[in-house]
Write a protein that binds this ligand. Structure first.
Ligand code: KIV
Ligand code: NA
Length: 261
């Protein structure tokens, strides 16, 4: 097989074929994700919660992210690897560039950061330096203290318009991929149609260019299973079968279900 590239993902968007993404934090699960046909593996800072047992992602460090990115890289041959810049690691464009370079050195193909208009300068600089950027809008877990909890974003027209404008601003700055977390399905659909970059949704309804879930949620072993997630191990006898079922359900647009919106 041939490596998945950002151009391939853009082609999938153009063909309206859903892109399937999953988090992984080590080589073993990364290998299983690739074997199941996952196109994008995300080394998410969700590892602070699902691996470290913290209540949020704020304690995750660059050392953590570089370490897990190295592990995941060893498990992948062809899958695109996206790694999160953690909390407080991109407070200036210069700091972002230095830390993004560390993640690339650890094996990331793309680095992900949270935030819209305020991140434009940073995204421009990373892009100019040849580092591919994935944005992350809607529910931004690194802003959980400001948000006051894990809840849906963009419900009123003012905040929906801001998220929409943020997505356009990120694309204009050079972002090539976008994660949209916990926004109303109609907002995700509008943004998906308005930008060229593929939009990967999580808790954002079915009209996205792709879906992403946290590995532990797919396997039903998280401490707190989000309402929008699904345990794909239920009724199956292996992790491999569960991951294959997740891929098949997203490709068939059976997940997320319309009713879960
Ligand atoms: O950290 C993570 O796992 C993420 C996904 C939930 C998109 O950012
Ligand atoms: Na994250």
């Amino acid at each position: 097989s041939t490596p998945v590239t950002l151009d391939n993902l853009a082609a999938l968007k153009a063909q309206r074929e859903p892109i399937v993404s999953l988090t992984a934090y080590d080589a073993g699960f990364a290998r299983l994700a690739e074997a199941a046909g996952i196109e994008v593996v995300l080394v998410g800072d969700s590892l602070g919660m699902v691996l470290h047992g913290e209540a949020d992602t704020l304690g995750v460090t660059m050392a953590d992210m570089a370490y897990h990115t190295r592990l995941v890289r060893r498990g992948l041959t062809d899958t695109l690897l996206v790694a999160d810049l953690p909390y407080q690691s991109y407070t200036s464009a210069g700091q972002a560039l230095a830390n993004a370079r560390q993640l690339v050195a650890a094996g990331a193909d793309v680095v992900k950061l949270e935030g819209g208009a305020v991140m434009v300068d940073t995204v421009v600089q990373l892009s100019r330096a040849g580092i591919a950027v994935c944005g992350h809008l809607g529910l931004q877990p690194q802003s959980i203290r400001e948000l006051g909890g894990f809840r849906i974003q963009g419900r009123d027209s003012e905040s929906a318009a801001r998220i929409h404008a943020d997505a356009v601003a990120l694309e204009e700055a050079g972002a090539q991929l976008l994660v949209l977390e916990c926004v109303p399905p109609q907002l995700a659909a509008d943004i998906r149609a308005a930008v060229r970059m593929p939009v990967i949704g999580i808790g954002a309804g079915g009209d996205c260019d792709g879906q992403v879930l946290v590995l532990q949620d797919v396997l039903g072993i998280s401490e707190y299973q989000p309402r929008f997630a699904r345990n794909f191990l239920t009724g199956r006898d292996s992790i491999q079968a569960a991951l294959a079922a997740y891929v098949a359900a997203v490709k068939a647009r059976e997940f997320p279900p319309p009713a879960a919106d």
